[in-house]
Write a protein of this length. Structure first.
Length: 256
Protein backbone atom coordinates (compact mmCIF):
# COMPACT_ATOMS: atom_id res chain seq x y z
CA UNK A 1 0.00 0.00 0.00
CA UNK A 2 1.32 3.45 -0.93
CA UNK A 3 2.11 6.02 1.70
CA UNK A 4 -0.87 8.37 1.72
CA UNK A 5 1.37 11.39 1.18
CA UNK A 6 2.78 9.81 -1.98
CA UNK A 7 -0.72 9.52 -3.44
CA UNK A 8 -0.84 13.31 -3.72
CA UNK A 9 2.59 13.74 -5.29
CA UNK A 10 2.79 14.74 -8.95
CA UNK A 11 6.48 14.16 -9.58
CA UNK A 12 7.28 13.50 -13.27
CA UNK A 13 3.81 14.71 -14.28
CA UNK A 14 3.10 17.63 -16.61
CA UNK A 15 -0.03 19.72 -16.09
CA UNK A 16 -1.71 22.33 -18.28
CA UNK A 17 -3.84 24.85 -16.40
CA UNK A 18 -5.87 27.09 -18.69
CA UNK A 19 -6.74 30.59 -17.55
CA UNK A 20 -3.97 30.58 -14.96
CA UNK A 21 -2.77 34.18 -15.22
CA UNK A 22 -4.50 35.03 -11.93
CA UNK A 23 -7.23 34.02 -9.51
CA UNK A 24 -8.35 30.40 -9.24
CA UNK A 25 -6.24 29.19 -12.15
CA UNK A 26 -3.04 30.70 -10.78
CA UNK A 27 -3.66 29.20 -7.33
CA UNK A 28 -4.24 25.76 -8.85
CA UNK A 29 -1.14 25.99 -11.06
CA UNK A 30 1.05 26.92 -8.09
CA UNK A 31 -0.41 24.12 -5.96
CA UNK A 32 0.24 21.48 -8.63
CA UNK A 33 3.80 22.73 -8.98
CA UNK A 34 4.29 22.49 -5.22
CA UNK A 35 3.19 18.84 -5.48
CA UNK A 36 5.94 18.21 -8.03
CA UNK A 37 4.34 18.76 -11.43
CA UNK A 38 5.85 20.73 -14.26
CA UNK A 39 3.17 23.26 -15.19
CA UNK A 40 2.16 24.89 -18.46
CA UNK A 41 0.42 28.13 -17.47
CA UNK A 42 -1.92 29.81 -19.92
CA UNK A 43 -3.40 33.19 -20.57
CA UNK A 44 -4.87 35.16 -23.43
CA UNK A 45 -5.64 38.82 -22.80
CA UNK A 46 -3.95 38.45 -19.42
CA UNK A 47 -0.51 36.80 -19.88
CA UNK A 48 0.42 33.96 -17.53
CA UNK A 49 4.14 34.73 -17.25
CA UNK A 50 3.72 36.04 -13.69
CA UNK A 51 2.31 32.70 -12.50
CA UNK A 52 5.06 30.75 -14.25
CA UNK A 53 7.70 33.05 -12.77
CA UNK A 54 6.32 32.53 -9.25
CA UNK A 55 6.54 28.77 -9.72
CA UNK A 56 10.11 28.93 -11.01
CA UNK A 57 11.14 31.32 -8.21
CA UNK A 58 9.92 28.74 -5.69
CA UNK A 59 12.05 26.04 -7.29
CA UNK A 60 9.43 24.53 -9.58
CA UNK A 61 9.25 24.06 -13.33
CA UNK A 62 6.85 26.08 -15.46
CA UNK A 63 6.44 27.76 -18.81
CA UNK A 64 3.84 30.32 -19.87
CA UNK A 65 1.82 30.04 -23.08
CA UNK A 66 -0.66 32.29 -24.88
CA UNK A 67 -3.65 31.12 -26.91
CA UNK A 68 -7.14 32.37 -27.66
CA UNK A 69 -9.58 29.67 -26.58
CA UNK A 70 -12.36 31.78 -28.07
CA UNK A 71 -10.99 30.71 -31.45
CA UNK A 72 -11.72 27.26 -32.84
CA UNK A 73 -7.99 26.81 -33.52
CA UNK A 74 -6.86 28.11 -30.12
CA UNK A 75 -7.08 24.84 -28.14
CA UNK A 76 -5.06 22.91 -30.72
CA UNK A 77 -2.42 25.64 -30.80
CA UNK A 78 -2.15 25.69 -27.01
CA UNK A 79 -1.88 21.92 -26.74
CA UNK A 80 0.80 21.80 -29.43
CA UNK A 81 2.84 24.53 -27.72
CA UNK A 82 2.75 22.78 -24.35
CA UNK A 83 3.66 19.35 -25.75
CA UNK A 84 6.48 20.84 -27.83
CA UNK A 85 7.97 22.30 -24.64
CA UNK A 86 7.39 19.48 -22.16
CA UNK A 87 7.11 16.43 -24.43
CA UNK A 88 3.77 15.29 -22.97
CA UNK A 89 0.78 16.29 -20.89
CA UNK A 90 -0.62 14.11 -18.10
CA UNK A 91 -3.01 16.50 -16.34
CA UNK A 92 -5.44 19.01 -17.82
CA UNK A 93 -7.20 21.63 -15.72
CA UNK A 94 -9.88 23.30 -17.85
CA UNK A 95 -10.22 26.50 -15.87
CA UNK A 96 -10.42 29.25 -18.52
CA UNK A 97 -13.81 30.87 -18.80
CA UNK A 98 -15.72 33.96 -19.80
CA UNK A 99 -19.11 35.45 -18.98
CA UNK A 100 -21.54 37.77 -20.74
CA UNK A 101 -24.22 39.43 -18.64
CA UNK A 102 -27.38 40.47 -20.47
CA UNK A 103 -31.08 39.75 -20.57
CA UNK A 104 -31.85 36.64 -22.59
CA UNK A 105 -33.99 38.62 -25.04
CA UNK A 106 -31.04 40.94 -25.74
CA UNK A 107 -28.24 38.35 -25.89
CA UNK A 108 -26.70 38.33 -29.36
CA UNK A 109 -25.81 35.12 -31.16
CA UNK A 110 -22.22 36.33 -31.36
CA UNK A 111 -21.88 36.69 -27.58
CA UNK A 112 -23.68 33.36 -27.05
CA UNK A 113 -21.29 31.55 -29.38
CA UNK A 114 -18.23 33.20 -27.83
CA UNK A 115 -19.17 32.08 -24.31
CA UNK A 116 -19.95 28.54 -25.49
CA UNK A 117 -16.66 28.30 -27.40
CA UNK A 118 -14.51 29.35 -24.45
CA UNK A 119 -16.44 27.65 -21.65
CA UNK A 120 -17.57 24.41 -23.28
CA UNK A 121 -16.25 23.72 -26.78
CA UNK A 122 -12.62 24.42 -25.90
CA UNK A 123 -13.00 22.15 -22.87
CA UNK A 124 -14.05 19.33 -25.19
CA UNK A 125 -11.30 20.12 -27.69
CA UNK A 126 -8.51 20.12 -25.11
CA UNK A 127 -9.88 17.03 -23.36
CA UNK A 128 -10.03 15.17 -26.65
CA UNK A 129 -6.45 16.14 -27.50
CA UNK A 130 -5.20 15.01 -24.09
CA UNK A 131 -7.09 11.71 -24.26
CA UNK A 132 -5.80 10.89 -27.73
CA UNK A 133 -2.23 11.53 -26.62
CA UNK A 134 -2.50 9.63 -23.32
CA UNK A 135 -4.18 6.62 -24.94
CA UNK A 136 -1.56 6.52 -27.70
CA UNK A 137 1.20 6.52 -25.09
CA UNK A 138 -0.63 3.84 -23.05
CA UNK A 139 -0.28 6.18 -20.09
CA UNK A 140 -2.72 7.52 -17.49
CA UNK A 141 -4.32 10.92 -17.35
CA UNK A 142 -6.39 13.31 -15.28
CA UNK A 143 -8.86 15.91 -16.49
CA UNK A 144 -10.38 18.41 -14.07
CA UNK A 145 -13.03 20.76 -15.43
CA UNK A 146 -14.00 23.90 -13.58
CA UNK A 147 -17.78 23.94 -13.54
CA UNK A 148 -19.93 26.33 -11.48
CA UNK A 149 -22.89 26.57 -9.14
CA UNK A 150 -24.69 27.47 -12.38
CA UNK A 151 -24.09 23.91 -13.49
CA UNK A 152 -27.03 23.27 -11.12
CA UNK A 153 -28.84 26.61 -10.96
CA UNK A 154 -30.11 28.88 -13.73
CA UNK A 155 -28.78 32.23 -12.61
CA UNK A 156 -30.08 35.58 -13.86
CA UNK A 157 -29.03 37.43 -17.01
CA UNK A 158 -26.34 34.87 -17.86
CA UNK A 159 -28.10 32.38 -20.19
CA UNK A 160 -24.98 31.49 -22.19
CA UNK A 161 -22.82 31.07 -19.09
CA UNK A 162 -25.37 28.89 -17.31
CA UNK A 163 -25.83 26.77 -20.43
CA UNK A 164 -22.10 26.35 -20.88
CA UNK A 165 -21.51 25.35 -17.27
CA UNK A 166 -24.44 22.92 -17.33
CA UNK A 167 -22.80 21.48 -20.42
CA UNK A 168 -19.46 21.18 -18.63
CA UNK A 169 -21.10 19.05 -15.94
CA UNK A 170 -22.67 16.71 -18.48
CA UNK A 171 -19.53 16.59 -20.63
CA UNK A 172 -17.55 15.60 -17.55
CA UNK A 173 -19.82 12.61 -16.99
CA UNK A 174 -19.88 11.61 -20.66
CA UNK A 175 -16.10 11.65 -21.02
CA UNK A 176 -15.64 9.87 -17.69
CA UNK A 177 -17.82 7.00 -18.91
CA UNK A 178 -15.79 6.56 -22.08
CA UNK A 179 -12.30 7.08 -20.76
CA UNK A 180 -12.30 5.36 -17.36
CA UNK A 181 -11.37 2.02 -19.00
CA UNK A 182 -8.45 3.85 -20.65
CA UNK A 183 -7.02 5.03 -17.34
CA UNK A 184 -8.23 8.61 -17.62
CA UNK A 185 -10.31 10.08 -14.80
CA UNK A 186 -12.52 13.05 -15.68
CA UNK A 187 -14.02 15.10 -12.86
CA UNK A 188 -15.18 18.65 -12.23
CA UNK A 189 -15.08 21.21 -9.46
CA UNK A 190 -18.01 23.59 -9.03
CA UNK A 191 -16.74 26.64 -7.14
CA UNK A 192 -19.10 28.78 -5.14
CA UNK A 193 -18.66 32.50 -4.58
CA UNK A 194 -14.93 33.27 -4.61
CA UNK A 195 -13.21 36.60 -4.05
CA UNK A 196 -11.62 37.17 -7.45
CA UNK A 197 -11.53 40.00 -9.97
CA UNK A 198 -14.56 38.46 -11.69
CA UNK A 199 -16.71 39.00 -8.59
CA UNK A 200 -15.45 42.44 -7.55
CA UNK A 201 -18.73 44.10 -8.55
CA UNK A 202 -20.75 41.67 -6.41
CA UNK A 203 -18.46 42.16 -3.44
CA UNK A 204 -18.73 45.94 -3.78
CA UNK A 205 -22.54 45.86 -3.94
CA UNK A 206 -23.51 46.12 -0.27
CA UNK A 207 -26.96 44.56 -0.69
CA UNK A 208 -25.88 41.72 -2.96
CA UNK A 209 -22.80 40.99 -0.87
CA UNK A 210 -24.96 40.69 2.25
CA UNK A 211 -27.45 38.41 0.49
CA UNK A 212 -24.67 36.12 -0.71
CA UNK A 213 -23.00 35.86 2.68
CA UNK A 214 -26.33 35.14 4.38
CA UNK A 215 -26.79 32.12 2.08
CA UNK A 216 -23.28 30.69 2.63
CA UNK A 217 -23.09 28.60 5.84
CA UNK A 218 -19.36 29.28 6.08
CA UNK A 219 -20.20 32.99 6.23
CA UNK A 220 -17.42 34.19 3.94
CA UNK A 221 -16.29 34.41 0.34
CA UNK A 222 -13.97 31.67 -0.85
CA UNK A 223 -10.31 32.44 -1.43
CA UNK A 224 -8.41 30.97 -4.41
CA UNK A 225 -6.42 28.73 -2.07
CA UNK A 226 -9.68 27.13 -0.92
CA UNK A 227 -9.91 25.41 -4.31
CA UNK A 228 -6.41 23.96 -4.40
CA UNK A 229 -7.03 20.93 -2.18
CA UNK A 230 -9.84 19.63 -4.35
CA UNK A 231 -7.81 20.30 -7.50
CA UNK A 232 -4.77 18.45 -6.19
CA UNK A 233 -6.91 15.51 -5.08
CA UNK A 234 -8.55 15.17 -8.48
CA UNK A 235 -5.24 15.60 -10.33
CA UNK A 236 -3.37 12.98 -8.30
CA UNK A 237 -3.38 9.22 -7.77
CA UNK A 238 -5.44 9.82 -4.63
CA UNK A 239 -8.51 10.04 -6.89
CA UNK A 240 -7.84 7.04 -9.15
CA UNK A 241 -11.23 5.53 -8.26
CA UNK A 242 -13.12 8.82 -8.60
CA UNK A 243 -14.51 9.75 -12.00
CA UNK A 244 -17.56 11.51 -13.37
CA UNK A 245 -17.95 13.48 -10.13
CA UNK A 246 -18.74 17.16 -9.70
CA UNK A 247 -17.27 18.37 -6.41
CA UNK A 248 -18.80 21.53 -4.99
CA UNK A 249 -16.40 23.83 -3.15
CA UNK A 250 -18.86 26.45 -2.03
CA UNK A 251 -18.77 26.96 1.73
CA UNK A 252 -22.02 24.98 1.95
CA UNK A 253 -24.08 27.07 -0.53
CA UNK A 254 -25.66 24.10 -2.34
CA UNK A 255 -26.57 22.38 0.92
CA UNK A 256 -28.45 25.39 2.26
Amino acid sequence: MSNVNELFRLDDKVALVTGSSSGLGAAIAIALAQAGAAVATHGNSRPAEKTAAAIVAAGGKAEAFQADLGSVDGPKELFAQAVAKFGKLDILINNAGTIHRDAAVDTTLESWQQVLQVNLTSVFQLSQLLARDVIAREAKGKIVNIASLLSFQGGIRVPAYASSKGGVAQLTKALANEWAPKGIQVNAIAPGYFATTNTEALQADETRNRQILERIPAGRWGQPEDLTGAALFLASRASDYVTGSIVTVDGGWMGR
